[in-house]
Design a protein around this ligand. Structure first.
Ligand code: ADP
Ligand code: MG
Length: 475
């Protein structure tokens, strides 16, 4: 993909002036993060979330494909979350060696044993893709992963289109400015929460947003809270610690927080081991046992693990999970990259041998979220050498490395001067679905997120300090 901003990226003086304008517009639009120094407060200083000066070119066909397959991914995640046999079989080797997944699985089993009190289910996910550059130079949409818990940046992504339109308007590129897609994930995500809240059916019940006090990305979360309040649905923000102190269940397993009934629990925390103390695990169990709508419930969080992603790519799995839906299956499968199990046995041995022969073609992934956990290149080789004779290897999966065609853009970050670099992008599509009992009452997409990073970084998202916010410029 050649960039159409080529000549603009060469004029340093113009870039600096444009960058100043873009940053001011980003601040004015609320494209904000709390700072590293003050992550618990918005009181003294906040700054803008890093972003690209220009929108990056994305082929229309790939955007359309990503949108079209989102409802299929919603169905798939929902099907996996309801299939105890599949989850148990898929995760059995992983949970022997991965403590975090094992803890989640433990809660899942406890809830299953007691009986699931929840009757309304809400999925807010984000399926992420890169554009693999084929041998003939054409790009193909390949899924990186699907995030079924705390999928973030929908709020800020709702505000970045105006920033890029501004930049193009300053340059008198008014026609180009109108081509930037409108995007409103915060509204779409809030509509999902609102539907779940309504189906829960208690007019005075609240939405409980679980987050930490140290939360740099609070403005992203607030965008969704604001949409809910505009619909007269009240949100309270609490930490897991607050839940263990002041949360309780009544005899019908209704959830109460500070004495108020909770209809929906929306997790923006709880996806990494470091986020759980013993007390927090207790709190998570309490929430899961309740009849409140959890977003996600523990089964749906497990459905988002990398091990599940890898097993889904196995021959016959999609057919088993989505019987009679051959068109959906074809759409889903077209986005799958090569995924390989590292379970003990011949298949795993062969995958390891291939990765050791051609390390640049693979990524090694543990069962972790949040960026910065995957291993590439020499680090991957060392890890595979260490792991290959141990059943610990089953806590990882191996994935084909996607190689997009790099392009130039200018990255803006607080405290650094504008940097023109070779970049690659990752496109995320937000998915929303609501199920009541066995009936799917909502299944839709809710906008997109484009993140762009310099090619020198193999891993990492915006929160990890690597990627920056962007918008697709459809071509
Ligand atoms: P996390 O749950 O930590 O976000 P991801 O699977 O999304 O895990 O990987 C983190 C980052 O690593 C991605 O945002 C992407 O930049 C890079 N990455 C992951 N998988 C691949 C892959 N198969 N090919 C190329 N880059 C990848
Ligand atoms: Mg990711």
């Amino acid at each position: 993909m050649a960039t159409s901003w080529g000549s603009l990226l060469q004029d340093e003086q113009q870039l600096e002036e444009l960058a100043r304008q873009a940053v001011d517009r980003a601040l004015a639009e609320g494209v904000l993060l709390r700072t590293k120094q003050e992550p618990s407060s918005s009181d003294q200083v906040v700054s803008y979330a890093p972003f690209t000066l220009f929108p990056s070119l994305v082929p229309c066909a790939l955007l359309e494909q990503a949108y079209a397959v989102q409802m299929d991914f919603n169905l798939l995640v929902d099907a996996v979350s309801q299939n105890a046999v599949f989850l148990e079989q898929t995760l059995s080797s992983t949970i022997k060696r991965d403590n975090f997944t094992a803890k989640l699985f433990d809660i899942y089993k406890q809830v299953l044993k007691e009986g699931i009190a929840q009757t309304v289910f809400l999925g807010l996910n984000r399926s992420d893709y890169m554009f693999q550059s084929n041998a003939d130079g054409s790009p193909a949409l390949k899924q990186i992963e699907i995030n079924t818990i705390s999928a973030s940046f929908g709020g800020l992504a709702s505000r970045t289109p105006d920033v890029h339109r501004h930049v193009l308007n300053v340059l008198n590129k008014t026609t180009e400015a109108t081509k930037i897609l409108s995007n409103n994930p915060s509204k779409g995500l809030a509509l999902g929460i609102a539907k779940a809240w309504e189906l829960y059916g208690s007019a005075n019940a609240l939405v409980l947003l679980i987050a930490q006090e140290k939360e740099r990305n609070i403005f992203d979360q607030r965008a969704i809270e604001n949409e809910l309040l505009a619909r007269n649905i009240h949100v309270i923000r609490r930490r897991f610690e607050d839940v263990s102190e002041k949360g309780s269940l009544d005899q019908d397993r209704k959830l109460f927080m500070d004495g108020q009934e909770v209809a929906v629990v929306y997790f923006r925390d709880g996806y990494m081991p470091s986020q759980y103390s013993l007390q927090n695990w207790e709190a998570r169990l309490l929430l899961e046992r309740s009849c409140a709508v959890k977003c996600p419930d523990i089964a749906t969080q497990l459905a988002g693990t990398k091990k599940v992603q890898q097993e889904l790519s196995r021959v016959g799995m999609l057919e088993m999970l989505l019987p009679g839906q051959s068109e959906a299956i074809a759409r889903l499968r077209a986005t799958f990259a090569g995924l390989y199990s590292l379970d003990m046995g011949e298949e795993g041995d062969q995958a390891i041998a291939e990765a050791l022969t051609a390390p640049s073609r693979f990524v090694l992934k543990p069962q972790r979220e949040g960026g910065g956990n995957n291993l590439y290149g020499e680090e991957m080789v060392q890890a595979l050498e260490r792991l290959k004779d141990s059943d610990e290897r089953a806590s990882y999966i191996l994935m084909e490395k996607i190689e997009p065609e790099p392009f130039r853009n200018c990255l803006l970050r607080p405290g650094s001067s504008a940097r023109v670099v070779q970049c690659i992008s990752e496109l995320g599509i937000f998915g929303v679905y609501v199920r009541q009992g066995k009936t799917l009452v909502m299944n839709t997409h809710a906008g997109h997120l484009l993140r762009t990073k310099a090619i020198e970084h193999a891993d990492g998202g915006v929160a990890a300090g690597v990627a920056v916010l962007d918008n697709p410029y459809p071509v």
